[in-house]
Ligand binder design. Structure first.
Ligand SMILES: [Zn+2]
Ligand SMILES: [Zn+2]
Length: 940
């Protein structure tokens, strides 16, 4: 055996051999498969643009442990791998590359651009699948899928058309979350953050009936003409980027120097002046987004608000644009908040949207899809909405329409992609109706699925109860183009065909396909069924999937993923798969926590605390990274990644390596445990403890307590086998052969956790090599067997005796040096094991006794007492030390007793202080007792 274990070389070589031999595939463990045992787990498909991060490493490690364990336990296993096309991320990567060559995607056009994306995908996409291999994971690689491969494209169309025809997918004008860079976002794609902003209090002057001059009428008319389209808007969607290009910076200059005049200014009529000069009354409304006032179509008060009752039905004039809007009444207005008057902007606020519908108000959209203010904003048209804010406010201040501006903290939604402020925006989009989830929710709650940790069911239910219609259209080119077609006569239909021949309603050949693509999660929501062949037609049949797959592997056995995608992915798989097949897609759902840094801080590039798993594998090994993550994977708790833990696990691998070296010093090779009859007492003891370990590991894996499973094998191998078994075997050479067999068997138990070093040591100890023999990864996992309680008791006593003698020696400053004689008093039969105790406790002779031995160092433990005679040992130094301790303790006891007998102190001191002092006293007393006992032993 080499002096050192070369992890890098072994891991690379072994992985290649195992993959080439097809071990990871469904039939990889053919020889040990048992009838009717199937196991299936889906890999969360990482983004095709992705690189392996520490969170993936945890997910994949746990999935691999599960899969390897089941594979060794005789299951036909399918761990389905694949990649996600990642709409926005991928499009961004390719767009950026093109821009670096000065090419805009609009110049290429959709088709050419998509060709470029596919080229990129073939050339540089999916690097992560190579990085994943370095972790030593074993999905069925031959079945690797891509969410936009031909088969999965068909499945997506099938699912879409199906839902469309059931009325579960509809198109409509909705208020959506809108990013002016990325378009529509689903609710979960919006990140809400605390924002330090301002609250602007703006005066709206009451319209005075007497002032209804021609000019006022004119201003109202012009506002009416400007009503783009009625509620709903949705003009033909223009490309966001083109809009940005149309936005001229010089427009900003014009406005600032006043050379741009609004229509009303050109008429040279200052309405505000007129109002103020006559001291007309005004109302004050407050807003955090003053620029949206251009879209106000009412102000609203509570009908029960005595202050404003007389105003209901009258109107106010919006400053600058001088549009007249009504004062309406609505019970929803909170009278106690602010002035009790609110502005209503139905096209730009989620609540106002509902108000607008209730009161049949106008929906005025005041900026376009890239956030550029439009003609409703008068001279501010052309400005970007956030940029316009200060300019608009400045103008309002000049006009005397600003009552005050306060600092204000509120929650603001940001785009999860680009951190842009998300706007509520009315837009025509495709939606999945929330009622799609009804049956899935019911089935989950009837016990159809179980969450680990179990509390996730509450979050799941809370979210599902509130489920809104899911906006699935995205303004991108890369993705599954929505399979809906519009013909020239205005017909609309959904079609599974890539290029339908004609409109099914009128036969027209003049039709276009909806330009939007589907939200990426729409295709990954189908992952548990589409990868098993559902909706694929004949694509990849008998290559990536087979006829019986759905029957054998659906529902999947379980799912392992990070809790952060419970709603993005898990919930969608639930209702989409359930809707297609009438069964929820998996039984058990294990959600792991985030991997944070050692101080519990979230890893992020900006904090500089990101751990690169590939770097860790280079520095340590895949085995060590896997095992460290597993040991930390306590259900429901954040995982703190600490380099010290990696070092600890490395020490563990060293320990295993050294144990193997020791074993091989005593024999060339070792038989498998089931080929021998274990006869020596130590062999029987180690085997019995090993069975305990098997039981613990199995039970914990089955309950998804991965950390406990890893801990059980770690403790057995390190504490019991290496620290005791190996040491004890030095007193019984005949046991070494048996210990070697036990150790080999333990390598099988370790294999799912640390596949490489376990394989390596197994072969070293068998006198074989992986190159020439089968891997232990496709051999049976050790079964639970009956333990030998009697031998375990015997050795428990042996270990207790050794520890007791060592303690007695330490009490007389002998350290672990050899002594001539000790006495032992015990009721239990221990004579046959004396040789172990003598060797490990370094004691030439141990005599059993039936009573206390005078003039000796004593150690009393649970089942026995040990005496080491003090003849010939100079105890003066020890006595001196103990006396010093005695004096100190006596003083402490006296002081505390004094304090606690002081009535005044007890009456006044806080309870906690008294409690601490009482405990201190008890503690000091018991220490003192012990020291006095030891001193008595020395006759002092
Ligand atoms: Zn964005
Ligand atoms: Zn038609």
């Amino acid at each position: 055996m080499a002096d050192f274990y070369d992890a890098k070389q072994v891991e690379e070589k072994f992985y290649k051999i195992c993959e080439e031999r097809g071990y990871f595939e469904i039939e990889g463990n053919k020889n040990i498969q048992e009838n009717g045992k199937n196991f299936c787990i889906m890999m969360p498909p990482p983004n095709v643009t992705g690189v392996l991060h520490i969170g993936h490493s945890l997910t994949f490690t746990l999935q691999d442990i599960m899969t390897r364990y089941k594979r060794m336990d005789g299951y036909r296993t399918l761990w389905q791998p694949g990649l996600d096309h990642a709409g926005i991320a991928t499009q961004n990567v390719v767009e950026k590359q093109l821009l670096a060559q000065n090419i805009k995607k609009e110049e290429l056009g959709r088709e050419k651009f998509l060709e470029k994306v596919w080229e990129w995908k073939e050339r540089s996409g999916g690097q992560i699948v190579h990085q994943m291999r370095r972790l030593g994971i074993t999905p069925a690689w031959s079945r690797e899928r891509f969410t936009m491969d031909e088969g999965l494209k068909k499945a997506v169309k099938k699912a879409f058309v199906n839902l469309y025809e059931k009325g579960l997918i509809v198109r409509g004008n909705y208020m959506v979350n809108w990013c002016t860079h990325d378009g529509a976002l689903s609710d979960v794609e919006v990140e809400h953050k605390q924002n330090k902003g301002k609250l602007y209090h703006i005066r709206y002057y009451l319209a005075d009936e007497n002032l209804s001059s021609e000019k006022q009428k004119l201003s109202q008319n012009s506002a009416k003409q400007d009503r783009a389209v009625d509620f709903g808007v949705a003009k033909d969607r223009v490309n966001l980027d083109q809009n940005k290009a149309n936005y001229h910076k010089d427009r900003l200059g014009e406005i600032l120097d006043g050379s741009a005049l609004g229509v009303h200014e050109r008429e040279n009529f200052d309405f505000n002046d007129a109002c103020q000069s006559e001291n007309l009354p005004y109302l004050v409304v407050a807003t955090t987004r003053p620029e949206t006032y251009f879209g106000d179509t009412a102000v609203m008060v509570n009908p029960n608000d005595e202050r404003y009752k007389h105003l209901i039905g009258k109107s106010v004039i919006l400053p600058i644009i001088k549009r007249e809007i009504p004062i309406i009444a609505d019970e929803h207005v909170d009278m106690s908040f602010g002035t009790g008057i609110v502005k209503v902007t139905p096209a730009h606020d989620t609540n106002d949207y509902e108000v607008g519908k209730r009161h049949n108000l106008e929906f005025l959209t005041i900026f376009d899809e890239s956030g550029i203010l439009n003609e409703h904003c008068d001279k501010f048209a052309g400005l970007e909405r956030l940029e316009a804010r200060d300019i608009v406010v400045e103008e309002l201040q000049k006009l005397g329409n600003v009552e005050k501006i306060e600092d204000y903290e509120n929650q603001v939604g940001y785009c999860y992609r680009c951190n842009n402020v998300v706007e509520p925006y009315i837009s025509k989009q495709w939606f999945v109706k929330s009622k799609i989830a009804k049956d899935a929710i019911k089935k989950v709650n009837e016990g159809g699925a179980e969450f680990y940790p179990s509390h996730w069911i509450n979050s799941f239910n809370a979210w599902m109860r509130e489920l809104k219609d899911w906006c699935i259209s995205r303004q991108l080119w890369w993705g599954h183009q929505i399979p809906v077609f519009y013909c020239e006569c205005g017909h609309e239909w959904a079609d599974e065909a890539d290029a339908p021949e004609c409109c099914p309603k009128c036969g027209s050949k003049n039709f276009t396909q909806d330009p939007d693509v589907l939200d990426t999660w729409f295709s990954s929501g189908l992952w548990p069924i589409s990868t098993l062949g559902w909706g694929n037609d004949e694509c990849f049949k008998n290559e990536k999937w087979f006829d019986g797959d759905l029957k054998e592997f659906y529902p999947n056995t379980m799912l392992i993923t990070g809790f952060d995608i419970l709603f993005f992915w898990v919930a969608r798989m639930m209702f989409q798969s359930e809707n297609a097949l009438g069964q929820i897609p998996f039984k058990d759902i294990y959600l792991h926590a985030l991997v944070k840094d050692k101080d519990g801080k979230k890893m992020s590039k900006s904090s500089g605390n990101v751990v690169d798993p590939l770097g860790e594998i280079d520095k340590y090994s895949a085995d060590i990274l896997r095992f460290t993550l597993t040991l930390s994977a306590v259900q429901g708790r954040d995982i703190r990644f600490d380099d010290e833990k990696m070092v600890l696990v490395r020490n563990f691998t060293n320990k295993l390596y050294n144990a193997s070296k020791y074993l091989l010093l005593n024999a060339d090779k070792f038989a498998n445990l089931d080929e021998i009859v274990v006869q020596t007492d130590l062999g029987r003891y180690m085997q019995s403890r090993f069975f305990e370990c098997v039981k613990m590991v199995r039970e914990n894996i089955e309950a998804y307590r991965f950390n406990d499973a890893a801990n059980a094998i770690y403790k057995f191998l390190w504490d019991e086998f290496c620290d005791w078994g190996i040491e004890l075997s030095k007193a019984n050479k005949a046991s070494v052969a048996e210990l070697g067999s036990v150790f080999k068997e333990a390598m099988r138990v370790l294999s799912p956790f640390m596949p490489f070093i376990s394989e390596y040591l197994f072969h070293e100890l068998s006198g074989t090599s992986l190159e020439n023999s089968p891997s232990i990864m496709i051999e049976p996992y050790p079964k639970i067997s009956a333990q030998d309680a009697a031998i375990e008791q015997n050795f428990a006593l042996v270990i207790e005796a050794i520890i007791s003698i060592r303690r007695a020696k330490a009490s007389i400053d002998l350290g672990n040096s050899k002594i001539a004689k000790a006495y032992m008093m015990t009721d239990t039969e221990i004579s046959p094991f004396m040789h172990y105790i003598k060797l490990l406790a370094k004691c030439d002779e141990i005599e059993l006794c039936t009573s206390k031995v005078e003039n000796s160092a004593v150690d009393v433990s649970e089942s026995l007492s040990v005496f080491i005679p003090l003849d010939g040992i100079d105890t003066s130094e020890i006595v001196k030390r103990l006396t010093g301790q005695k004096n100190k303790l006596e003083k402490e006891v006296a002081k505390l007793e004094n304090m606690l007998s002081n009535e005044k102190f007890v009456a006044n001191a806080p309870e906690a202080v008294i409690k601490t002092n009482r405990e201190g006293l008890e503690n000091a007393k018991s220490k003192l007792e012990k020291v006095l006992g030891e001193l008595a032993n020395f006759g002092a």
